[in-house]
Write a protein that binds this ligand. Structure first.
Ligand SMILES: C[S@@+](CC[C@H](N)C(=O)[O-])C[C@H]1O[C@@H](n2cnc3c(N)ncnc32)[C@H](O)[C@@H]1O
Length: 175
């Protein structure tokens, strides 16, 4: 599947204000299991992953809160929200004044939800993209330059960051 209609996102979610970032609205699933089943029907096969994009993850909320409270971190910068899910952190980065926001999400449902959440909050300019790991973000060279990488959790996205990511361990180091 390459794209998901916006109507699917709107039909299976409702707007909520996450408790840590009540100034932002987010489309979240009322019934995650029913949504997961609807995703399988939409794709014509069993959904591989649960609808991460339809929940207000505590890690994402905390990072969005931090960005909103410290806009100088992103103001005027290019921001990469890696593993963007709903796009909550990307939306916060735009609100905080980021110059450009790229939202990388491997799930096509998430990539469809990101512009819907942006529109719900009256922000524009977020660029939803797919898997960037192993290649440079669009419009930039191989080195990260002066942009910001926003990554609220330590799932497989972070584990596979080019160069090992910020939690890179020395070769042979124990866990
Ligand atoms: C736990 S969710 C967090 C979503 C969002 N950051 C938030 O806090 O609300 C992790 C997300 O990372 C996405 N993801 C996993 N591997 C990825 C990759 N290689 N590139 C981009 N997104 C990825 C998953 O599909 C999922 O939506």
């Amino acid at each position: 599947m390459t794209s998901v209609p916006a109507s699917f996102i709107r039909a299976h979610t409702r707007p909520e204000r996450p408790s840590l970032v009540p100034e932002v609205q987010l489309l979240v699933a009322a019934d995650v299991v029913a949504l997961w089943e609807a995703m399988a029907v939409e794709q014509g096969r069993t959904a591989q992953e649960p609808p991460f994009w339809a929940a207000a993850w505590p890690g994402g909320q905390a990072l969005a809160r931090y960005v909103l409270d410290h806009p100088e971190l992103v103001a005027g910068r290019t921001v990469l929200d890696l593993g963007a899910g709903s796009g909550l952190v990307a939306v916060a980065a735009v609100v905080a004044g980021a110059g450009r926001v790229i939202a990388s999400e491997i799930d096509p449902f998430g990539r469809a939800a990101i512009p819907e959440n942006a529109a719900l909050n009256g922000v524009s300019g977020i660029e939803p993209v797919g898997d960037l790991l192993g290649e440079a973000p669009p419009g930039r060279g191989r080195r990260p330059g002066r942009g910001r990488l926003l990554r609220p959790d330590h799932d497989r996205a972070g584990a596979a960051l080019p160069g090992g990511g910020p939690r890179r361990r020395r070769r042979g180091a124990r866990r």
